[in-house]
Design a protein around this ligand. Structure first.
Ligand code: ATP
Ligand code: MG
Length: 479
């Protein structure tokens, strides 16, 4: 079989290898995606060469244009450079052997076939020749093409050895299955299940990279269900794993919160490509197992699971090696607030309740509404419709209040420094009390969102605390 590589970059590479009689092939992801007609967002091309990959990269960079900077990774024996839209990565054909403790192999030079053998899946072991006389020829010793056509993920060698050697491949198998909508071949999948424990030798950083890729798929629930079935989930993400299961008491059962959570993730994924909003959807009910209670009268309850869930977020992010920055705070906030719009869907709602939610959610209010809508997983059409209509009403109320009061990015008209100046006090407890009183009064609609009213409240509140204004000027001093 011949592959039509019509981009001029392949012509250039071919001319270079032919001139110096180098044996080189395009291998791996590029070939796979090209055959699947998959438009790859990152155009990375892996090139394997019999001999020294770094030397070849240098030679190719020199021939392909002046000023190309080659990055060399001597530890890995690889080199790469950017050419136009492409990232070209070069490696010398190699054999690998592993020991139990590490996923870093001992590497020796080898043939193309040795190199194909060390690849994770048959569909990732396809190589296309760059040499002039065989240009475009496909080398497929493990029937990768037939697996590609049958949409199957399978290891080229014994899956037990493949996964035990480098357990990251188990995560990759699931990620590719979801990303490409392939099935994992039965023995391969069984082998993941029996090697699941080996995932412990893989760094958290590599695991989260794959989890994030799964989360960014169109149908991420499939990935989490495969992770659960294989036994990987309870090792890499026990909090999510413990959401699964249904308990029944006196004939009353609660829903399976794992299945619910991944369905919410699917729902939101059709409306957003914001990875952190997807994470919030996955984690919104994370505290359900620890808040679960049963009462004969009222049945199952999960009181406070939203606050406790919010509290769990930093720890989960730390354990998974997700960033501990404003992204984490965003996810925490959405988990915290995820029940609030439901409370606003009751018919009689005070403006102040709506204002408070707008104030707390700020610019994330639209994302919060998306999360709440995704949280409706009832299969009953009438119920779904009713909930969606209720959220429609909430959206209207939010819009109305926002137009009227603009509290979304609300900043109280009297700030801490004005309080300090007025009473000539040091920053401390009193400043906080006065600030909160002003904020609450505005959000509760007791005073208007204006400087004069806020300043008056500041003076009253200060006097209650035994403070005397030293500076009666209503205008802030500009220094
Ligand atoms: P994508 O770039 O979409 O993640 P890819 O197949 O290109 O897919 P890369 O991680 O870029 O994946 O790796 C390039 C190639 O290197 C793969 O196609 C595969 O042949 C090989 N490979 C990568 N990681 C492994 C691994 N852990 N074990 C064996 N082979 C691997
Ligand atoms: Mg790649």
């Amino acid at each position: 079989m011949n592959i039509c590589l019509n981009d001029k970059i392949f012509e250039m590479l071919s001319a270079i290898v032919t001139k110096d009689s180098i044996k080189a092939w395009i291998i791996g992801g590029y070939v796979r995606d090209h055959l699947l007609h998959r438009d790859h967002p990152e155009k990375d091309i892996d090139i394997v060469v019999v001999g020294n990959g770094i030397d070849f990269a240098r030679k190719a960079a020199k021939a392909m244009g002046p000023g190309i900077k080659v990055s060399i990774f001597r530890n890995f024996g690889t080199a790469m450079f950017r050419y136009g839209d492409y990232d070209l990565e070069f490696v010398g054909a190699r054999k690998e052997s592993y020991n139990r403790e590490s996923r870093k192999p001992v590497v020796t030079t080898g043939t193309l076939e040795d190199d194909q053998r060390r690849r994770d899946f048959t569909i990732n072991a396809l190589a296309v020749s760059l040499n002039r006389e065989t240009f475009g020829e496909l080398l497929d010793p493990f029937n990768g093409i037939s697996d590609l056509n049958a949409k199957i993920i399978r290891t080229p060698l014994d899956p037990g050895i493949t996964f035990s050697d480098d357990p990251l491949r188990m995560m990759r198998a699931i990620r590719f299955a979801v990303q490409l909508n392939f099935t994992i071949e039965e023995t391969t999948f069984k082998s993941i299940a029996s090697n699941a424990e080996r995932i412990r030798i893989v760094s958290k950083e590599r695991i989260i990279e794959e989890l994030n890729k799964i989360i960014m798929c169109d149908n991420p629930s499939r990935g989490f269900i495969l992770l659960e079935k294989s036994g990987l989930l309870k090792i890499i993400f026990p909090e999510l794993d413990s959401l699964k299961g249904v308990e029944k008491k006196e004939g009353k059962a609660h829903k399976d919160n794992f299945i619910h959570s991944v369905r919410v993730l699917d729902n939101i994924s059709s409306n957003t490509s914001n990875m952190w909003l997807r994470w919030a959807a996955l984690l919104h009910d994370i505290a359900k197992p620890v808040t679960k209670k049963y009462d004969s009268e009222s049945g199952w309850s999960f009181h406070g699971h939203e606050f406790l869930g919010g509290k769990m977020i930093p720890d989960i992010f730390r354990k998974l090696k997700l960033p501990l920055n404003e992204k984490m705070k965003y996810v925490k906030k959405l988990v915290d607030l995820h029940l609030r719009p439901i409370a606003l869907s009751q018919e009689v709602v005070t403006d102040s309740a709506v204002r408070r939610l707008l104030f707390e959610a700020g610019d994330d209010i639209d994302d919060l509404m998306l999360l709440c809508e995704a949280d409706i997983t009832s299969r009953n059409e009438a119920t779904r419709k009713k909930h969606l209509e209720n959220f429609g009403l909430v959206r209207n109320k939010l819009r109305e209040i926002e137009e009227k009061d603009a509290v979304r990015n609300f900043k109280p008209p009297v700030d801490g420094s004005e309080i300090i100046r007025t009473f000539m006090i040091k920053p401390g407890r009193e400043v906080g009390i006065i600030k909160n009183a002003i904020r609450d009064a505005i959000l509760d609609g007791i005073i208007p969102n204006e400087h004069e009213a806020a300043r008056k409240l500041m003076i009253d509140k200060g006097q209650e605390l035994g403070l005397t204004p030293q500076d009666e000027s209503p205008e802030p001093n500009i220094q």
